[in-house]
Design a protein around this ligand. Structure first.
Ligand SMILES: C[S@@+](CC[C@H](N)C(=O)[O-])C[C@H]1O[C@@H](n2cnc3c(N)ncnc32)[C@H](O)[C@@H]1O
Length: 226
C-alpha cells in the first residue's frame, strides 16, 4: 500500500485529485476535525480532492469553481452544492443567500493578486454568527501572499487572528524550478469584536524573504510591500 493510500484511504481513492502537500492536507484534515463545520465553502475545487475532505467533515458544502467541468467531478458528493462561475461574482451572492452560520472557508481559486484580494475582501463583508475559520492556500506564492496582505483584515473588528504561514510553503518543488508555492494562511473571525489591534503574523517571513530574490518572481515583485 502506498504512503498516500495508507494515510488518506478514508478520504479519497486518487492521490492526483488534490493539489496540496502532505503537511497541508494533514493541517486541513485536523482543522476540520477540530471545527466540525456545519456549513463550509470552497473557492476552487478542480479535481475535488479538497472538496471531498471538506464534505467528509461538514454537514453542507458550497463549492464555487469557474470551470464547468468541475460539476461532474463533484456529483458523487451528496452534501456539496456546486456553483459555476467567477468567485468575484458568485461569492457575494452566496454569502448573502446562506442563512446558517458559515464555519469554514477554503480559498484556492484565482491565484492572481487581484483574485485572492477579491476573495478575501468579499469574505470580510461577512458578519460571523459563529467562529469562522478561513484557510487560504498558496500563501507562500508571492502573488497570493500579496493579495492576502492587501486585504484590510485589521479594519474588520470580527477578525481575531491572521497567520500567513500557518503551514509554510515550498521552493522549487514538483518540477517547478525557482517557483514558490504552497503554504496555508489561516484567519479566524468571531461573532464578538476584538478589543486590541490586529497583528498579521508571518512566522516564516524571513524564509520567504530569503527565497524571494532567488525566485522567478523577484524582478516583477520588487515593488511589493513586505
Ligand atoms: C489549485 S485548483 C484548486 C485545488 C483544490 N482546492 C485542491 O486542493 O484539490 C484552483 C481552481 O480554482 C478555479 N478557479 C480559478 N479562477 C477562479 C475564479 N475566478 N473563480 C472560481 N474558481 C476559479 C480553477 O478552475 C481551479 O479548478
Amino acid at each position: 500500500m502506498s504512503l498516500f493510500n495508507h494515510l488518506y484511504q478514508d478520504y479519497f481513492p486518487d492521490e492526483h485529485a488534490w493539489s496540496m502537500t502532505h503537511e497541508e492536507r494533514m493541517a486541513v484534515i485536523y482543522l476540520l476535525k477540530l471545527i466540525k463545520p456545519k456549513i463550509s465553502l470552497e473557492i476552487g475545487s478542480e479535481y475535488g480532492g479538497s472538496t471531498r475532505v471538506i464534505a467528509h467533515h461538514s454537514e453542507q458544502v458550497y463549492a464555487i469553481d469557474i470551470d464547468p467541468a468541475v460539476e461532474a467531478r463533484l456529483k458523487p458528493y451528496q452534501n456539496v452544492d456546486f456553483i459555476c462561475g467567477d468567485s468575484k461574482v458568485q461569492l457575494p451572492k452566496l454569502l448573502d443567500s446562506i442563512k446558517e452560520p458559515i464555519n469554514f472557508i477554503l480559498i484556492d481559486g484565482d491565484h492572481s493578486i487581484d483574485g485572492v484580494l477579491a476573495d478575501c475582501r468579499n469574505i470580510l463583508t461577512y458578519q460571523p454568527e459563529a467562529p469562522l475559520y478561513i484557510v487560504m492556500h498558496d500563501s507562500f506564492n508571492p502573488d497570493c501572499r500579496q493579495g492576502m496582505l492587501s486585504a484590510d483584515w485589521g479594519d474588520n473588528p470580527y477578525v481575531h487572528h491572521v497567520e500567513l504561514d500557518f503551514v509554510k510553503g515550498h521552493f522549487s518543488a514538483f518540477d517547478k524550478p525557482n517557483e514558490m508555492w504552497g503554504g496555508l494562511a489561516l484567519a479566524v473571525m468571531k461573532p464578538t469584536k476584538r478589543t486590541t489591534s490586529l497583528h498579521i503574523v508571518q512566522t516564516h517571513r524571513q524564509l520567504y524573504e530569503a527565497l524571494l530574490p532567488q525566485s522567478i518572481y523577484y524582478e516583477y515583485n520588487q515593488g511589493f510591500s513586505k
